[in-house]
Design a protein around this ligand. Structure first.
Ligand code: GLU
Length: 125
């Protein structure tokens, strides 16, 4: 099982989110990502530290979500790393586990005109 961390408050969110991910690294994962309200999304196939190295230290975002992924739908790659967003780019989500009927749901959404940028069941959600 991988890890989800969320924070909203008055402190810089990135260090809190990264510490949360580090505290459960022993569970294992293949990729790691986070979304910061003012900075956008950062993703890395690799360790939490390799993601931390990409985050601007001067970030002032005080809201964010973070995730370590163990791939079930779609190979470990940056495109499939969480967080994922809706087609407007305004809703961001992370998710643990599997959506068993995601292929059927994906096919139905494609028939209705949706497009996807990853192979994950999470983006279908
Ligand atoms: N099923 C999702 C994926 O493959 C989440 C996997 C997980 O629990 O990390 O992206």
């Amino acid at each position: 099982m991988c890890v989800i961390v969320g924070y909203t408050g008055f402190k810089p969110a990135a260090p809190i989110l990264l510490d949360g991910l580090r505290s459960a690294e022993y569970r294992g994962y293949d990729s790691v990502g986070l979304y910061l309200s003012k900075d956008g999304v950062h993703k890395q196939v690799g360790t939490v530290q390799s993601l931390a190295d990409k985050i601007p230290l001067e970030t002032h975002s005080t809201t964010g979500i973070a995730h370590t992924r163990w791939a079930t739908h779609g190979e470990p790659c940056e495109k499939n790393t969480h967080p994922h967003c809706d087609h407007t780019g305004s809703v961001w989500l992370v998710h643990n586990g599997m959506i068993e009927n995601s292929n059927e749901l994906r096919d139905d959404l494609i028939r209705r005109g949706h497009t996807f940028s990853s192979k994950t069941d999470t983006e279908v959600l």
